[in-house]
Design a binder for this molecule. Structure first.
Ligand SMILES: Nc1nc2c(ncn2[C@@H]2O[C@H](COP(=O)(O)OP(=O)(O)O)[C@@H](O)[C@H]2O)c(=O)[nH]1
Ligand SMILES: Nc1ncnc2c1ncn2[C@@H]1O[C@H](COP(=O)(O)OP(=O)(O)O)[C@@H](O)[C@H]1O
Length: 224
């Protein structure tokens, strides 16, 4: 799954090969993972979004191929059967899944990949490619604020909002399965926190696969 590519994460310094990573964000619906993801994609180089397939209908403003690939159940089932999905799950009565080919293409192009998946998707990714997954759980500051955000988004019917509130406790109960946890009170602060995580994880020794060669070159060029 992982690729090894020549990359200069900060655009300067030594040209050291590194492996791409999979940055997974989960939260109860409405806690802010879409807002954080959009900002990360704007601000970060070498980061691409994994666009999931879903059988849920598009919300106003959502674009097919950008937010999701919107497909019907027959097509979804065919993709599962053909093993074209890296993971898949049923959430709020709809099916969601991560297309395998797009992830592999992005990783081999030297990009890190951002995932907005629920706890079921995170568990499956952790089972399949544990060394590449960096997982972050986003919490709302309070139950009241979560409800306010779900309503202020004004994109779902009352029935859907109530369903999402009911499901929030279930999603939150999985917080301890994640590497990092962020309380999304101030959006700017949360984006900065996720960027700090990304920056540190990119520097992990085992992800800098070319560091051994680099060190050998430095040592070899030292004066006698
Ligand atoms: N397992 C899995 N979950 C997904 C995938 N895509 C989206 N989800 C999750 O499905 C849930 C519902 O997503 P969505 O309908 O866009 O509403 P949201 O909660 O407002 O983001 C969220 O918890 C997403 O993280 C996927 O490919 N796999
Ligand atoms: N830190 C924050 N403070 C206030 N409002 C926020 C914050 N983060 C997100 N929101 C708002 O809350 C609503 C839900 O956020 P969204 O990113 O769609 O959540 P999710 O993707 O987790 O369902 C949106 O209207 C968004 O603008």
């Amino acid at each position: 799954m992982s690729s090894e590519v020549a990359a200069r994460p900060e655009g300067k310094g030594a040209d050291i090969q590194r492996r791409g990573l999979m940055l997974v964000l989960s939260s109860p619906s409405g806690a802010g993972k879409t807002s954080i993801s959009r900002r990360l994609l704007q601000d970060e180089g070498r980061l691409a979004m994994s666009v999931s397939v879903t059988t849920r209908p598009p919300r106003p403003g959502e674009v097919d191929g950008r937010d999701y690939h919107f497909i019907d159940l027959t097509r979804f089932e065919a993709m599962v059967k053909a093993d074209e999905l890296l993971e898949h799950a049923r959430v709020f009565g709809n099916c969601y899944g991560t297309p395998r080919a797009a992830v592999e293409a992005a990783l081999s192009a030297g990009n890190d990949i951002l995932f907005d998946v629920d706890w079921q998707g995170t568990q499956q990714l952790n089972e399949k490619v544990p060394q590449d997954v960096v997982s972050v759980f986003i919490l709302p500051p309070s139950q009241e604020e979560l409800e306010r955000r779900l309503r202020s988004r004004a994109q779902d019917s009352e029935e859907v909002v109530i369903g999402r509130m009911r499901k929030a406790a279930d999603e939150i109960s999985h917080w301890s399965e994640y590497d990092y946890v962020i309380v999304n009170e101030d959006l700017e602060r949360s984006v900065a926190d996720v960027r700090a995580i990304l920056r540190s994880e990119r520097l992990k020794r085992e992800r800098q696969t070319g560091i051994g060669d680099f060190v050998r070159r430095i040592v070899a060029s030292a004066p006698e």
